[in-house]
Design a protein. Structure first.
Length: 427
């Protein structure tokens, strides 16, 4: 391929994805704004007009800000690639670091500088989202001090974990011959699995407090449910999610024997014991239907394909030149190839993302159906409605927007399916 062909294909994909994103976002905004002043009939008795309007305003505020973030992201992406950002950074670091400290130090410095510059560029947007939008709608519970402490801790842990794994991948790229992409993939998968075990036990506790669930009657109820479903977990924990945000959640983490159930304190405060049980039954449904394993297997297949593609691209001169980088002749180009690949593939991946969203929505329906069998369907419906209201999720999303982005079906569809499951089934 010619370098100019790649430049053209990349630019065309970027423009097309921006156009599509803009079209979808404006559809969503128009749809939500049009339905702002009437609660949908199905929710007329359960949701007040004020709550409905708050959800609409929150959705609109996030969508408007999303457009700005999207435009800025595109400018940054062009800056790094076609406008020569990576090329200049690469040149500067090669001169400053490679001669004195060697190839590995230079490549790690390139990745680290890229990450730091990217983090600094994103910072104003994160600040605005947390301290303006989330604050305005009463979700943010963080003061500056906690935010900065989080940032420092996050950066430290990121460097502590990120640099060694980056060094390992770069070493594999340079030292293991033509099949390096396979070994790099194997290393990456092992690392990911290891992190799934380490993150809940060792890293999350650095940010939040986890206390064993103390409410004895709820504990007995949850344990009865788990026994009924044939499920073992290492413990039930309550996390102080309210430290940062009023959004409520519950999740499973870990693998195998290290699995644990975590409830946000915000969730326990909002839901009745029956509703907590139903939410947990839904999560158990994901395990029973093997959604977690399926996701893991498909992610590993996709990453194998990605590494194989990178293995081929990194040997093609047009891959670098077409994306605005002059490859080095007297230094390894592995870090540059990695960066370009990580920057550019999401632009193309965006067009297939609806397939994954659709699969995810189907999994949600399956988990809901499982929850109906193991716990109360009406409790689950009540819990969903409460969480929707508390999180200010709109009840009137644009249908096309939903098809494209939503990982969870909209409340109206989920509640309709639950109501249908509750009907006596024909013999
Ligand atoms: Zn789910």
């Amino acid at each position: 391929m010619q370098a100019s062909t790649l430049t053209l294909v990349f630019a065309a994909a970027l423009v097309a994805s921006l156009g599509l994103k803009f079209w979808l976002a404006t559809r969503q905004m128009r749809h939500v704004a049009t339905h702002r002043d009437t609660v949908p009939p199905a929710f007329a008795e359960t949701i007040t007009l004020a709550a409905h309007q708050r959800a609409a305003d929150y959705t609109l505020a996030k969508a408007r800000f999303g457009l700005l973030t999207m435009a800025f992201g595109a400018v940054v992406l062009l800056g790094w690639t076609l406008l020569g950002g990576i090329d200049s950074l690469n040149l500067a670091l090669r001169e400053a670091v490679q001669a004195r400290w060697g190839d590995m130090a230079y490549q790690l410095a390139l990745l680290a500088c890229f990450a730091v510059i990217g983090g600094v560029l994103d910072l104003p947007f994160e600040l605005y989202s947390t301290f303006r939008i989330e604050q305005q709608f009463g979700f943010n519970r963080m003061a500056w001090k906690l935010y900065i402490a989080d940032m420092i801790k996050g950066a430290g842990i990121g460097a502590l974990i990120g640099l060694p794994i980056a060094a390992l991948i770069l070493w594999i790229m340079g030292a293991t011959g033509a099949l390096w992409w396979f070994w790099a993939w194997a290393a990456w998968m092992s690392f990911s699995l290891l992190m799934m075990v380490l993150i809940p036990s060792y890293i999350m506790p650095l940010f939040n407090k986890f206390e064993p669930l103390a409410d004895e009657s709820l504990k007995a109820r949850v344990q009865a449910l788990m026994t009924r479903c044939g499920f073992a977990a290492k413990g039930l924990f309550v996390m102080d999610g309210s430290k940062r945000s009023a959004h409520a959640n519950a999740y499973f983490t870990g693998l195998g024997a290290s699995k644990r159930v975590v409830f946000f304190d915000t969730l326990l405060k909002k839901l009745s014991p029956g509703e907590v049980e139903a939410v947990l039954a839904h999560e158990l449904g994901h395990f029973k239907h093997k959604h977690v394993i399926k996701r893991l297997v498909s992610m590993s297949a996709i990453s194998l394909a990605a590494f194989a593609l990178l293995g081929w691209l990194s040997t093609q001169a047009w891959f670098y030149a077409g994306l605005g980088v002059r490859p080095s002749v007297d230094a390894p180009n592995d870090a540059v190839a990695l960066l370009l690949f990580l920057l550019v593939t999401p632009v193309f991946g965006y067009f297939v993302s609806p397939l994954f969203a659709q699969l995810s929505r189907r999994h949600e329906f399956e988990a809901d159906a499982y929850a109906c069998k193991q716990a109360s369907g009406s409790d689950l419906a009540a819990a969903l409605l409460k969480l929707h209201e508390d999180n200010a999720s709109t009840l009137t999303p644009d249908p096309v927007y939903v098809r494209f982005y939503y990982s969870h079906p909209p409340a109206s569809e989920r509640l309709a399916a639950l109501a249908h499951a509750a009907l006596p089934q024909p013999a």
